[in-house]
Design a protein around this ligand. Structure first.
Ligand code: NAD
Length: 313
C-alpha cells in the first residue's frame, strides 16, 4: 500500500495531488492544510475524477494520517510575491516547517520527507535538523524544476526532444543557481561539439546558451508576475521524484539534500546529481565539474550558509 501525504493544499499541493492521481502511482493520497475547508474542497474536486483514473483513496486528513505514509511532501507556507526572491521567504516558512515537521514526526512518521516550499534548500536543511532523520531521508525538490526548464529550452533551441537533452542546473534553487555546462550533452555529444552539427543557422553558440540560462533563472519571476504562482511543472517534477522513490528506480536527479563533503561543501542542503531510490537521496554523484562551475557552486553554497546562519529557529 503506497500512501503519500501532502501538507499544504494550495496551488502546488493540489496540482501535485492531481498529477499523482493521474499517474496511478499512489494507492492513497491524504491532503492536510491548516485551512481545512480548502483541503476538503480540493479533495471533493479530485474525487469527482475517480471514474477516470485507477482506483485510489483521497481524503482531507490530519497529522495522524502521516504515521504510515511512505512520503510526506511539504508544500505549505508563504509563496513569492511578484519580484520577491525565494530566500526572502525564509523567516516566515522556517517557523511553519518547524511546526509541521514536529507534528509529522510526533505522529510516528518514519518515511521520507520531500520538501517543496521555498526557500527549498534552507527548508530541506531545517527539516533534516528538526526531524533528526538520516540525511538520505530528507529530500528537497531542489533544481529538478530548473533543470527541466533548462532541458526544455535547450531542446527547443536545438530542435531535439527534451528527453534527449541531459543537463543539470545545480546549487541553490534560486538566484545563485549554476548551469553545469560541462555535463550538458545531447546523445552523449557535448554542447560545443553539438552546435556545429546542428541545423540552427545563424546561432551564436555562446550568446544563445547564455540567453537560455538567463531564461531559466527568470522563469518563475515571469510566471508569478503574470499569474501569481507556478504549479504545473513542479507538480509533474514531484511525481517523478515520488516515482523514483516508490519504484526504487536509482534515477539520477538534481535533488537537494544535506551534503557532507562535495567539493568542500558541507552542512547545508543544495542540489547536485544524486541517485534517488527507496532509501531517498541515496548517493551523491561525484560529478567532474569545470573550475568555474566549482567556484560558482561554492559561492551558491556560501549564500545558502548565510541564510541558514541568519535563521533564529
Ligand atoms: P499557496 O499559497 O497556494 O498554498 C500554500 C498553502 O499552505 C495554503 O493552502 C495554506 O493554507 C497552507 N499552509 C500555510 N501554513 C500552513 C501550516 N502551518 N500548516 C498547513 N498548511 C499551511 O502557495 P503555492 O503556490 O502552493 O506554493 C507553496 C510553496 O511552494 C511556496 O513556498 C512556493 O514558493 C513553493 N514552490 C516551490 C517550487 C519548487 O520548485 N520547489 C515551485 C513552486 C512553488
Amino acid at each position: 500500500m503506497s500512501r503519500i501525504a501532502i501538507i499544504g493544499a494550495g496551488s502546488v499541493g493540489a496540482t501535485f495531488a492531481y498529477s499523482l492521481m493521474i499517474s496511478g502511482l499512489a494507492e492513497e493520497i491524504v491532503l492536510i492544510d491548516r485551512n481545512q475547508a480548502k483541503a476538503e474542497a480540493e479533495v471533493m474536486d479530485l474525487n469527482h475524477g475517480q471514474p477516470f483514473v485507477k482506483p485510489l483513496k483521497i481524503w482531507a486528513g490530519s497529522y495522524v494520517d502521516c504515521r504510515v505514509a511512505d512520503i510526506v511532501v511539504i508544500t505549505a507556507g508563504a509563496k513569492q510575491k511578484p519580484q520577491e526572491t525565494r530566500l526572502a521567504l525564509v523567516d516566515r516558512n522556517v517557523l511553519i516547517v518547524k511546526d509541521i515537521v514536529t507534528q509529522v514526526t510526533g505522529a510516528g512518521f518514519s518515511g521520507i520527507f520531500l520538501m517543496v516550499s521555498n526557500p527549498v534548500d534552507v527548508l530541506t536543511y531545517f527539516t533534516w535538523k528538526f526531524s533528526g532523520f538520516d540525511r538520505q531521508k530528507v529530500i528537497g525538490s531542489g533544481t529538478v524544476l530548473d533543470s527541466a526548464r533548462f532541458r526544455q529550452l535547450l531542446a527547443e533551441h536545438c530542435k531535439v526532444a527534451s528527453q534527449s537533452v541531459h543537463a543539470y542546473i545545480i546549487g541553490e534553487h534560486g538566484d545563485s543557481e549554476v548551469p553545469a555546462w560541462s555535463l550538458t550533452n545531447i546523445a552523449g555529444i557535448k554542447m560545443k561539439e553539438f552546435c556545429p552539427l546542428c541545423q540552427n543557422k545563424g546561432c551564436n553558440n555562446r550568446e544563445a546558451m547564455n540567453e537560455i540560462f538567463k531564461q531559466v533563472t527568470l522563469a518563475a519571476y515571469k510566471i508569478i508576475e503574470a499569474k501569481g504562482a507556478t504549479y504545473y511543472a513542479i507538480g509533474l517534477a514531484l511525481v517523478t521524484i515520488v516515482q523514483a522513490i516508490l519504484r526504487n528506480e536509482n534515477r539520477v536527479m538534481p535533488v537537494s539534500s544535506v551534503l557532507t563533503d562535495f567539493y568542500g561543501i558541507s552542512d547545508l542542503a543544495l542540489s547536485v546529481p544524486t541517485i534517488v531510490n527507496s532509501a531517498g537521496a541515496d548517493k551523491i554523484l561525484e560529478v567532474p565539474l569545470a573550475e568555474a562551475e566549482i567556484a560558482a557552486l561554492q559561492s551558491s553554497a556560501r549564500i545558502l550558509k548565510e541564510s541558514i546562519s541568519a535563521v533564529k529557529a
